[in-house]
Ligand binder design. Structure first.
Ligand code: KG4
Ligand code: ZN
Length: 400
């Protein structure tokens, strides 16, 4: 089946087409194409993502990206059977998104329904105004093409992003990397820091989470304290790497919050405040000092993430470990997670390809497909709403 993935939860407008099928218990996938427009440059001057601006940009870019995607995948065919029946519904659904409404009506008047079987769309967590644009776009396409819409939790997408093979075969199907359950996932992004345990597709339990700042948020805030631009993660990582290549030993010591606590939770706000106090005491923040602080901060974060993942491994005895979210683009964290996994021969570790660490629509399409294979009924897809605080599981964390 051919699935259109739609992702608009934050500052990336992304669409992807993924063909997927299951044979002898294996999931076979073919990446038809993906398109992404990053708004980072637009939000940079605000030092973070500005929700109403993100919404406006998504509304402006969705139809042009769809056209590009269909053109590149040779699924765009001119001609239409008329949209008189659907026009009114589309106009109602997109009544608050005028750019999107105008563009989609124009698209519908010129092009036929492509051979797409269903739509998978992110419904949360994320910025609610941004999520609603993607969701309303999906609803409008459902009206136009008469195909189902599968609601996807963005975090499920990040869990699964590591299972996509790192190489693409131009015209062929590939096997999704095999998972033996239980599956443990560490999700580290700008909005989340969570340890997730899964015993089957579309079945998740949060067993650890941050009590304050997310790890990516801490990277971004520390970068701001050091006078580095947004997003801070790649900047801190660059500075830290320069320090390490020089072989310097740091005299600065930052805390490793909750590293020895007897639970699987995290806390990063105190670490960020320690950097703030440290910087306030320094008369002149030189490049050298920025590099040293960046390296020590990265070390502190890495040690905590590794210690908590190790604790979760020992408590839950998973057979597969995946790590997802923008922060796993960080080379130092990747290397240290690989070293951790080597200590457990019974565990297979999968890290996402660098391009799939940040938000994308391929992982959303994949999550939609695996939801279908988990035999979720279409009844569960009724009355779908965007939810900025959507969680992967409810209830209090267990100890596996
Ligand atoms: O998953 P993502 O693209 O968006 C959210 O869903 O939040 O993650 C974005 C976060 C930002 O906080 C960014 O600073 C961080 O990922 N990030 C990194 C690196 N690249 C991106 N953090 C540390 N090291 C990196 N190389
Ligand atoms: Zn994300």
């Amino acid at each position: 089946m051919l699935i259109l993935g739609i992702e608009t939860s934050c500052d990336e407008t992304a669409l992807a087409l993924l063909e997927a099928r299951t044979e002898h218990g294996e999931t076979l996938i073919k990446r038809y194409g993906d398109e992404l427009f990053s708004q980072i440059e637009i939000h940079k001057e605000f030092g973070g993502v500005f929700p109403m601006l993100a919404k406006r940009e998504h509304a402006k870019n969705l139809v042009p990206l769809l056209l590009q995607l269909l053109k590149k995948t040779k699924l765009l065919e001119t001609g239409t059977h008329g949209i008189s029946k659907q026009r009114e519904r589309i106009t109602t659904i997109l009544s608050r998104e005028h750019d999107l409404e105008k563009n989609l009506i124009n698209f519908a008047e010129h092009y036929q329904k492509p051979e797409i079987d269903c739509i998978a769309v992110t419904v949360g967590p994320g910025l609610e105004p941004a999520l609603w644009v993607g969701l309303n776009f999906a609803f409008a396409l459902k009206e136009l093409w008469d195909i189902p819409v599968i609601p996807v939790n963005h975090m499920e997408g990040h869990v699964l992003s590591a299972l996509l093979p790192h190489t693409t075969e131009k015209d062929g199907f590939q096997t999704l990397l095999p998972v033996t359950f239980p599956l443990l996932s560490l999700l580290i992004s700008g909005g989340h820091t969570e340890l997730i345990l899964s015993t089957g597709w579309h079945n998740y339990e949060i067993i650890g989470q941050t009590r304050d700042d997310a790890v990516g948020e801490a990277f971004d805030k520390v970068a701001r304290i050091l006078g580095l631009p947004y997003p801070g993660g790649p900047e801190i990582s660059k500075y830290a790497e320069i320090w390490r290549t020089k072989g310097n030993v740091s005299t600065i010591k930052l805390p490793r919050p909750m590293i020895a606590s007897d639970n699987l939770d995290f806390s990063f706000s105190g670490l960020k405040t320690s950097v703030l106090y440290l910087v306030k005491k320094i008369p002149e923040l030189t490049h050298e000092l920025k590099q040293e602080i960046a390296a020590e901060f990265e070390n502190a974060v890495t040690e905590v993430l590794v210690a908590k993942t190790k604790k979760a491994i020992e408590q839950c005895v998973p057979q597969t470990l995946t790590i997802g979210g923008g922060v796993i683009a960080n080379k130092h964290i990747r290397t240290n997670m690989e070293l951790l996994a080597k200590q457990y021969p019974g565990i297979t570790l999968y890290l996402p390809h660098q391009h799939l660490t940040t938000d994308n629509a391929i992982m959303i399409a994949l999550a939609g497909y695996l939801q279908l294979t988990a035999k979720k009924t279409s009844a569960e897809w009724e009355d779908v709403r965007a939810n900025g605080n959507l969680r992967l599981s409810h209830g209090s964390p267990s100890v596996c």
